[in-house]
Design a protein around this ligand. Structure first.
Ligand SMILES: [Zn+2]
Length: 309
C-alpha cells in the first residue's frame, strides 16, 4: 500500500518546481508505529517556482497524519517520562516579543504541547486557551498544569468570532499540509488589532544553507514545509495578513550552547558525512549520514490583519 502522495506547493498550490536535494528521515521509529516504511521512501525537497516555498515531496497522506497526531503522539513527546520544561529560554523570548505589542487579553496557542508556555502567560494574567492534538500532552496540560486545553484541532465554533488578541504557533506551521486552511480559521478568531506570532525553521538561514541536505530540520518526517522569510510573507499576504516584524533566532537555549553545536556540527559531523557519502558512492557502501544539530536557523514572525477595520 502506498502511504505517500505527490503534492503541489502547500503555500500557493503551484505545480511548478525545481528539486533541491533528497532527504533522509531519522525518525523511522515513529513511522513504525503507523506500520509505514520510512527508510525506502525517496523524499526530496522541492522549491516552488511561483512562491519559492520549499516543501517535502511526496508527503504522507492526510488521514495518516491526522491519525498520527491524534492517536499516537508526536515524536517530541516521550510518553514514558514525566515531561520537563526544557524550552524556558525559547518561551521567554516569545513572551518578551509579545510584550512589545500586547500586555493582556485572550491568547490562544495552537499546538501548545504540554502547555508550559501557556502556563507562563497565565502567571502574567492573560486568559489562556490551548489546542493540542496529542492526547498525552494535552492531558498533562489539563491535569497537572490546570490549563484550558482542547485536545484535537482548531475548528469552527470552538470560540466566539473575533475572540483573540494573540494567537501563537510555535514550531507548528512546518507540520501542516494545508496552511491556508488553518489561516482561514485563524482569521475568523482574530480581533481586528490582534497579532499572530509564528515560529518556524528558516531554510534561507546561513546555517541551513551551509548544512544543505544535512540540516537537522530535515531529519523529522513531521517537518513537511520549509519556510523562508519570503515564502512566509507570501503565505500571510495570500491570507490578508501583514508581516509586521521578523526576528532571527536560535532554536535551543542560549548563545554558548548553540555556538558549541554549530562548531561540532560543521566540523565533526560534516566531515564524517562527506567521508561516508564518498565511500557510499565510490565503493557501494551503505554508511548512514547524520543530520546536523539545529542552531541559529529559526524565525519568529509577527503578523497582523492587513485591513484594520
Ligand atoms: Zn508555491
Amino acid at each position: 500500500m502506498n502511504n505517500y502522495e505527490a503534492v503541489n506547493c502547500p503555500v500557493c498550490n503551484s505545480n511548478k518546481y525545481s528539486i533541491k536535494f533528497p532527504i533522509q528521515y531519522e525518525s523511522d521509529g515513529v513511522l513504525d508505529k503507523l506500520k509505514i516504511d520510512g527508510k525506502n521512501v525517496k523524499v526530496k525537497v522541492y522549491l516552488c517556482g511561483k512562491c519559492f516555498h520549499s516543501y517535502a515531496n511526496p508527503q504522507l497522506k492526510g488521514d495518516l497524519i491526522t491519525e498520527y497526531y491524534s492517536k499516537l503522539d508526536s515524536e517530541y513527546y516521550k510518553t514514558e517520562n514525566p515531561p520537563i520544561d526544557d524550552m524556558i529560554t525559547e518561551d521567554n523570548r516569545i513572551i518578551n516579543i509579545i510584550k512589545k505589542y500586547k500586555n493582556s487579553g485572550n491568547i490562544l496557542e495552537l499546538g501548545c504541547g504540554y502547555g508550559f508556555l501557556l502556563k507562563k502567560f497565565e502567571r502574567e494574567s492573560w486568559n489562556i486557551y490551548g489546542i493540542e492534538p496529542s492526547k498525552h500532552a494535552s492531558e498533562f496540560g489539563k491535569k497537572e498544569l490546570l490549563l484550558n486545553i482542547k485536545q484535537g484541532f482548531l475548528t469552527l465554533g470552538d470560540f466566539p468570532p473575533q475572540f483573540f488578541d494573540v494567537i501563537i504557533m510555535s514550531d507548528v506551521i512546518e507540520h501542516l499540509r494545508k496552511p491556508n486552511e488553518l489561516f482561514e480559521l485563524i482569521k475568523h478568531y482574530l480581533k481586528p488589532d490582534a497579532i499572530i506570532l509564528i515560529k518556524t525553521g528558516n531554510i534561507d538561514s546561513l546555517y541551513a544553507k551551509i548544512c544543505g541536505r544535512w540540516w537537522g530540520y530535515f531529519g523529522s518526517w513531521e517537518h513537511i514545509s520549509f519556510f523562508s522569510p519570503r515564502s512566509i510573507e507570501y503565505l500571510l499576504k495570500e491570507n490578508n495578513l501583514k508581516l509586521n516584524d521578523i526576528y532571527f533566532v536560535p532554536h535551543f537555549s542560549g548563545f554558548i550552547k548553540n555556538l558549541k553545536s554549530v562548531v561540532y556540527s560543521l566540523t565533526v559531523i560534516l566531515v564524517k558525512n562527506l567521508i561516508k557519502s564518498a565511500l557510499n558512492k565510490f565503493f557501494q557502501k551503505n554508511y548512514k549520514t547524520r543530520q546536523l544539530l539545529i542552531a541559529y536557523d529559526h524565525i519568529i514572525v509577527v503578523s497582523r490583519p492587513s485591513d484594520l477595520t
